[in-house]
Ligand binder design. Structure first.
Ligand code: PEP
Length: 255
């Protein structure tokens, strides 16, 4: 089992799902079920529920994260935006940056993702940097080029030392919400490439870096993915909305 800095981390990304009452029930169930588990557990609800979820999680080991933040580090006339400082005030420790849905639907370019990464760390949050290729890119044999380009954009902006306080999530776009999962070998190949890329700059940071896998992870396939050398946990979408399925994943990460 991986321990120390790379102790398994299971993060639930609720996306734009749920209502307040359902969210409360889900948090209570996850909180009770995960109480005796060793995995690090993180919940990323919609921003408007962060303060409520922070309250429900009080006294538990479960951490709180947001799904996105503004790249602006100060305050100002940015209607609809939420700053890292506000997320920190709401009780967040982590924030997802560069999720493929933000990249594809909301114009988050590599440059903006890098700016969001920096804004997260500026506010004292741990960014979870999402990277991953589309099906077309995989079929063209461009997986490594695409993923390494996404990581490089952040390395160029933030430097390798910034990865000491960050998490990377490899999420093949073709596996997100589709029921298709990268095989453990396919995922391990990309995770090892990411770690090697960081190791070429700083070996110590690379060996402590948590690299999550995301893409249709469920209770039934979590164990085989988490058994791979460079897979340190999961970023979970759909299955994080069902307490029993999410707890099965947390359980597989706690063995
Ligand atoms: C995600 O959105 O980050 C994700 C991995 O979703 P799913 O688990 O539903 O594929």
């Amino acid at each position: 089992m991986k321990t120390g800095l790379r102790a398994p981390l299971i993060a639930g990304n609720w996306k734009m799902h749920g209502a307040l009452a359902e969210s409360h029930a889900l948090v209570e169930a996850v909180r009770d079920g995960a109480a005796s588990m060793s995995a690090r557990v993180l919940l990323c609800p919609p921003s408007v529920y962060l303060t409520s979820v922070a309250g429900w999680l009080q006294g538990s080991r479960i951490a709180l994260g947001a799904q996105d933040l503004s790249e602006q580090t100060g305050s100002g006339a940015f209607t609809g935006e939420i700053s890292g400082r506000m997320l920190k005030d709401a009780g967040c420790e982590y924030v997802i940056v560069g999720h493929s849905e933000r990249r594809a639907l909301f114009g988050d370019t590599d440059a903006r993702v890098a700016a969001k990464f920096l804004a997260a760390q500026f506010a004292g949050l741990v960014p979870i940097l999402c990277v991953g290729e589309t099906l077309e890119q995989r079929e063209q044999g461009r997986t490594q080029a695409v993923v390494s380009g996404q990581v490089q954009a952040v390395l160029d902006a933030a430097g390798v030392d910034a990865l000491e306080q960050a998490v990377i999530a490899y999420e093949p776009v073709w596996a997100i919400g589709t029921g298709l999962t990268a095989s453990p070998v396919q995922a391990q190949e990309v995770h090892a490439m990411i770690r090697a890329m960081v190791a070429a700059l700083n070996d110590t940071i690379a060996s402590g870096l948590t690299v999550l896998y995301g893409g249709s992870v469920k209770g039934g396939n979590a164990g085989e993915l988490l058994a791979m050398d460079d897979i340190d946990g999961g970023l979970i979408g759909g299955a994080s909305l069902k307490a029993d399925e999410f707890l099965a994943i947390c359980g597989a990460a706690s063995i």
